[in-house]
Design a protein around this ligand. Sequence first.
Ligand SMILES: NC(=O)c1ccc[n+]([C@@H]2O[C@H](COP(=O)([O-])OP(=O)(O)OC[C@H]3O[C@@H](n4cnc5c(N)ncnc54)[C@H](O)[C@@H]3O)[C@@H](O)[C@H]2O)c1
Ligand SMILES: O=C(O)C[C@H](O)C(=O)O
Length: 350
Amino acid sequence: MMLRSIKSLATSPSSHILRRGYASEAVPDRKVAVLGAAGGIGQPLALLMKLNPLVSSLALYDIANTPGVAADVSHINTRSVVSGYSGEAELGKALEGADVVIIPAGVPRKPGMTRDDLFNINAGIVKGLCQAIAKYCPHVSIEILLKQALVNMISNPVNSTVPIAAEVFKKAGTYDPKRLFGVTTLDVVRAKTFYAGKAKVPVAEVNVPVVGGHAGITILPLFSQATPKANLSDAEITALTKRTQDGGTEVVEAKAGKGSATLSMAYAGAIFADACLKGLNGAPDVVECSYVQSTITELPFFASKVRLGKNGVEEVLGLGPLSDYEKEGLEKLKPELQSSIEKGIKFANQ
Ligand SMILES: NC(=O)c1ccc[n+]([C@@H]2O[C@H](COP(=O)([O-])OP(=O)(O)OC[C@H]3O[C@@H](n4cnc5c(N)ncnc54)[C@H](O)[C@@H]3O)[C@@H](O)[C@H]2O)c1
Ligand SMILES: O=C(O)C[C@H](O)C(=O)O
């Protein structure tokens, strides 16, 4: 295993842009692998990761159709070198040396389905991919420690696929709870958009934490903590909460059988992966919501704000003060989230 070099980009005219906000003087090489890269999310996510100056190597893997996507994206004149991998025999090469692995592999919902209805197919897909990650991803990082890649799980049902991944890694002896994330950024993206529209504030300034999990009532936006502050009525908060919880279904119904959110998800996935890379590179104050191993409630996995750093999760941040409505929502979501977690753990250990 080779220690990858830290290349100085100082000769590049845009180096000051790449270095902005980083503790280190140089931008290190970082490999990102996307598993499911030829899919509805995978393709635009590959595009967005190709645009990210923190990525030096972009590995695109799918069971089919990857060569075309990789050839297409590779012509974009940005920093990263793109490689495409197709079929299980090439999975190891796609994963080797990855710093961040993003997983949007699996089937999406059709109208009338819940995310849990995807469990039977996606649980097996995720389990297989995580076994490969455990086998191929531990690598000598720039900190010269044996570490597994940061895993960004997008495949649904996230409430169960993250516990599945954790169990697979535990069995392989590679589990580090700081390096496994359920991507719930789309819930935050939606909460920000819907809040800005209702509160009539500039969307770029909006912050709203979303906690819990990623399905129906387990998605709990904390509009009482939203900034900029706005004087919304209880009925407006209830409507905003419901719309955020049903955001995925809104898209599934609008697409009428042609899948679920892909473009907004690619955007959200790219934001989260960028935050992971910034954290790895030592940028200060990188905070995003994510579904991680947690002790802030009695549930073993829970989404909340997390501080990202050189080791992945540096700190799981608390919930902060909740309104009575949010406290009620928190208690209501716990049994559903608990049972989705147990379902994932049971499946992984079968
Ligand atoms: N976390 C979230 O917020 C969020 C948001 C939107 C969608 N999703 C989920 O993301 C998943 C993908 O959605 P999509 O719209 O991109 O679906 P899609 O069907 O368009 O693409 C999925 C891709 O995964 C590939 N795939 C299947 N099995 C694979 C395997 N074993 N290894 C590698 N690739 C494999 C397929 O070939 C396909 O290209 C779904 O489970 C969906 O529910 C999650
Ligand atoms: O709703 C879905 O099935 C996809 C995704 O989880 C979403 O929130 O858009």
